[in-house]
Design a protein around this ligand. Structure first.
Ligand code: HEM
Length: 400
């Protein structure tokens, strides 16, 4: 049987639960009629993510790609076609990842703490100066990661709104074919202009470093890889962290007993980060991986050339691992195992940065507004239109 995946992501956790009931791997239909195996079991998924028989290279290992069944205007086209570390393997993956990995070591990330604190304080000051209610996603969760990633990459202020709109479109899995192509063209045009501007006046930032690697290196970094690495850093470094902040705030406000545990110091902000990642993985489903040969998963066989969707949101709530309380938000659970940052060689490069941002932004917010409360019932929060990105369209709160 093939399960029709809801492209709007209206009920990500309900869908994940239904898929889990069908087994650890279930065949799903993606937008556009293409199919993949959704893997929702945490132990099975962890194993597949480090299995050498599973590839991320659509061009070499996806039979639908070879058969010409993946049109350029497919909403997920960018995800499977970009040429950067995300879809690379072996030596190519090491080469592309090592170009930027130095900027994400725990020490380098820790050195950004004062900047992250400054950004958080500035946003809280603006909130404080405004009215009693606010959309916290728009006014806090969203701008904080954007400012951090733009600082790291050296993206000027006036380019940020345009890039934000373009990245939002990348995560929208309901886009019409015409807008998919138009958005990609705009994204690459904007990035091209940015690269040219940086080339003319380089700075002490990641984009300038990548341009130097392209212009002065041994020619191994192509212009496409340079542009696609920027697409990855901007999109991975932003929407995901927005969702983490958004869900952490919503979860704590909807569970006052849990918030009390953090306020009294019985549990730390690290517990909040991990339990939120487990309970609401910011990347609910990640496209795509491909079986290089037949791979057995429980009582099904994923055939060579078939695609796999990593269902991180489903895996975090797997009752086979987390028991009957898997659906509860509980900071005291001793085992908060999740795969929200992935696993294996593609493990999230920005994980230490995302943790730092959350561990600065969340305590600063709750300290500034001790009476913070949701302004609508939690059931009324609406999800973003995506089965990849797991966050809310708005997070209306009362600040005081
Ligand atoms: C809560 C926030 C974040 C979440 C949940 C998250 C999630 C993920 C996941 C699931 C992967 C693995 C992809 C795979 O299995 O193929 C990944 C990879 C990646 N992430 Fe993150 N991410 C977050 C924040 C960040 C930040 C702040 C950056 C900074 C730029 C970043 C950069 C990357 C990069 C470059 C990769 C590709 C690594 C590779 O393919 O080798 N991420 N992320």
């Amino acid at each position: 049987m093939t399960y029709l995946l809801d492209p709007t992501g209206r009920d990500l956790q309900g869908e994940a639960a239904r898929l889990r009931e069908l087994g650890p791997a279930t065949r799903v239909e993606l937008p556009g009629g293409l199919t993949a195996w959704s893997v929702t079991g945490i132990d099975v998924l962890r194993r597949l993510l480090s299995d050498p028989r599973i590839s991320k290279d659509a061009r070499r290992h996806w039979s639908a790609w070879a058969a010409g069944e993946v049109p350029e205007d497919w909403p997920l086209h960018l995800w499977v076609s970009v040429r950067n570390m995300f879809n690379a393997s072996g030596d190519d993956h090491r080469r592309l990842r090592s170009l930027v990995s130095k900027a994400f070591t725990p020490r380098r990330v820790e050195s950004l703490r004062p900047e992250v604190e400054r950004i958080a304080t500035g946003l809280l000051d603006s909130l404080d100066a405004g009215g009693d209610t606010a959309d916290l996603r728009e006014a806090y969760a969203n701008p904080l990661p954007i400012e951090v990633i733009c600082l790291l990459l050296g993206i000027p202020d006036d380019t940020r709104p345009e890039l934000r709109a373009l990245v939002d479109a990348v995560f929208d899995t309901t886009s019409a074919p015409e807008s998919v192509v138009a958005n990609q063209e705009r994204l690459y045009r904007t990035l091209g202009e940015l690269v040219e501007a940086k080339r003319a006046t380089p700075g002490d930032d990641l984009i300038s470093g990548l341009i130097a690697a392209h212009d002065e290196g041994d020619g191994s970094l192509t212009a496409t890889e340079l542009a696609d690495t920027l697409v990855l850093l901007i999109s991975a470094g932003y929407e995901t962290t927005v969702n983490l902040l958004d869900h952490a705030v919503a979860a704590l406000l909807a569970h006052p007993d849990q918030l009390r545990l953090v306020r009294t110091g019985e549990r730390g902000w690290g517990d909040v980060v991990d339990e939120t990642l487990r309970w609401q993985a910011p990347v609910a489903n990640l496209p795509l991986r491909y079986a290089v040969e037949d791979v057995e998963v429980g009582d099904v066989v994923i055939r060579r050339g078939e695609a796999i969707l990593a269902a991180f949101a489903g895996a975090g709530r797997d009752p086979l691992h987390h028991g009957s309380t898997a659906d509860e938000y509980d900071l005291t659970r001793p085992d908060k195992a999740h795969l929200a940052f992935g696993h294996g060689v593609h493990y999230c490069l920005g994980a230490p940065l995302a943790r730092l941002e959350a561990e600065v932004a969340l305590p600063a917010l709750f300290a500034r507004f001790p009476d913070l409360a949701l302004a609508v019932p939690v059931e009324d929060l609406r999800p973003v239109r995506s089965f990849i990105s797991n966050g809310h369209l708005e997070l209306p709160v009362r600040l005081r």
